[in-house]
Write a protein that binds this ligand. Structure first.
Ligand code: AMP
Ligand code: ZN
Length: 475
């Protein structure tokens, strides 16, 4: 089956053909670990996860690299403000290292709760300063840099295609910019590769610093992704992802410096961007004080997979609105799905009567449709519709249904295989009555069995029968 992906670089859907047959090099911009990740960030990583699972199911050996930004990301993506990590440390009265470690651990906890795959490489910016300095050296030798006010800048006017990726209109950007300008820059869009300390504007109190050919200091934000992705995936690789907020500045700068360092070798073949999770009053962001995160969902009694299911119901290139009502709706949908899966699993253990050719063929048809839409630029919302049609199709045996659903779950990651009835804490009296009732049912003494059912009901529990199994719910 052909895999089609929307490429931000060409602004159209394209057939996916990796540089090396059967292998995919895949890089994602990771979190800046100065605070918890919010649900918007996690939406982007859910989209990354679906892409990864799709590539694996298409038969590719995937190497997924994701970075942890623990230095150099200033409060404004265009190199203004303070370093977010230093700000986080000040806010909490801790060292930058403590802040980075704590929020990285918290991020990975959320990652696991959402059942995201384990990437092949997690890489930390502060552990790759050497690679970044080497790349800055190359850019210097290739004539793309200048030093000003102590810092090293990338001269965007030297990179002819600078505006191409994001279709930027530099004049408009400049006039609409709300941030104070850095007078050291020759062009508005130039960006810092290396900050040196002693350059008062960028904080001589900066605690993270390294020696360098340009003076003691720290790297600019963008250089880390170019240096680390090339270290782990080579000078050219297949896929790079991030949220749409990165298109205009971060990814535009990553492309400029990467291609300038390798003498204009095309760097990344396919760029994919996930759209935002928004609140009523705009994009969800970390800087907006209180923000929503996985932990809050749990505190309110939601399984984190409800949020995953919520995200899967909207295509990754569409904006998604967050509200508690919408999450509640997803919870109902997810619970219904869970009940169906558990029922199918149960029947699967007992009845195999419809496990004939027609049932197998029909489930195969659903499987083709499901994967066709996943392979069409990750149209998972459509695939979910197909999944529901399969679940409700009476002509397919539960055995075939369950086997097919497990294949779907390799993409969906909703843990179908682990779904089971919540274990109710049943009072001993109810357990006693259930045992007696089971005995009377085996003896086909229906009158007595009904009497026990009523007694159980009086104790606040409802019994449903499934073969000889008795399923119990709280009333
Ligand atoms: P950050 O930790 O801010 O560097 O962001 C981590 C990832 O989350 C990046 O890929 C961002 O593009 C993405 N992101 C940030 N805000 C949102 C949002 N509201 N919705 C979806 N993705 C987001
Ligand atoms: Zn990046």
């Amino acid at each position: 089956m052909e895999l089609i992906l929307y490429n931000t670089k060409t602004k159209k859907k394209e057939k996916f053909e990796p540089i090396n047959k059967n292998e995919v090099g895949f890089y994602s911009c990771g979190p800046t670990v100065y605070n918890y990740a919010h649900l918007g960030n996690m939406r982007t990583y859910i989209f990354n996860d679906i892409l990864y699972r799709t590539l694996v199911s298409a038969g590719y050996r995937v190497k997924h690299v994701i970075n942890i930004t623990d230095v150099g990301h200033l409060t404004d993506d265009g190199d203004q403000g303070d370093d977010k990590m230093e700000e986080g440390a000040k806010r909490e009265g801790k060292t930058v290292e403590e802040i980075a470690q704590y929020y990285t651990d918290e991020f990975k906890k959320d990652w696991n709760k959402l059942n995201l795959h384990k990437p092949q490489v997690w890489c930390k910016a502060t552990e790759h300063i050497n690679e970044m300095q080497k790349m800055i050296g190359k850019l210097e030798r290739n004539g793309f840099t200048y030093q000003s006010g102590g810092n090293v800048y990338f001269d965007t006017s030297k990179f002819k295609d600078y505006t191409k990726f994001a279709k930027l209109k530099l004049e408009n950007l400049e006039s609409s910019s709300r941030v104070e300008q850095d007078d050291n820059k020759r062009n508005f869009s130039d960006f810092v590769l290396w900050f040196t300390l002693g350059n008062s504007k960028f904080g001589s109190s900066h605690s993270m610093k390294w020696d360098s050919p340009w003076g003691i200091g720290y790297p600019g934000w963008h250089i880390e992704c170019s240096a680390m992705s090339m270290k782990y995936l080579g000078e050219q690789f297949d896929i790079h992802t991030g949220g749409i907020d990165h298109i205009n500045v971060h990814h535009t700068n990553e492309i400029a410096q990467s291609e300038a360092s390798t003498n204009k070798k095309p760097w990344v073949k396919y760029w994919l961007h996930g759209n935002f999770l928004v609140l009523k009053d705009g994009k969800m962001s970390k800087s907006s004080g209180d923000f929503l995160r996985v932990d809050l969902l749990e505190k309110k009694g939601y399984d984190p997979l409800v949020f995953r299911y919520f995200c899967l119901n909207t295509h990754y290139r569409k904006e998604l609105s967050f509200s508690w009502d919408a999450i509640e709706n997803s919870k109902l949908g997810f619970e219904k799905l869970k009940t169906k899966i558990i029922e199918i699993k149960k029947m699967n253990n007992q009845y195999n009567d419809k496990n004939n050719n027609q049932s197998i063929e029909k489930s195969k048809e659903y499987e083709n449709l499901f994967f066709e839409s996943v392979f069409d630029d990750l149209n998972v919302p459509k695939s979910l519709g197909i999944m529901w049609n399969l679940i409700n199709d009476k002509e397919i045996s539960d055995d075939n249904k369950f086997k097919t659903l497990l294949k779907f779950d390799e993409i969906l990651g909703l843990r179908f295989n682990e779904m089971k009835e919540e274990i109710l804490d049943l009072p001993v009296e109810v357990i006693d009555l259930l045992e007696k009732r089971k005995k009377s049912r085996m003896e086909k003494n229906w009158e007595e069995s009904d009497k026990y059912r009523d007694e159980i009901k009086e104790l606040g529990f409802l019994v449903k029968d499934n073969g000889l199994d008795q399923l119990v719910d709280k009333i």
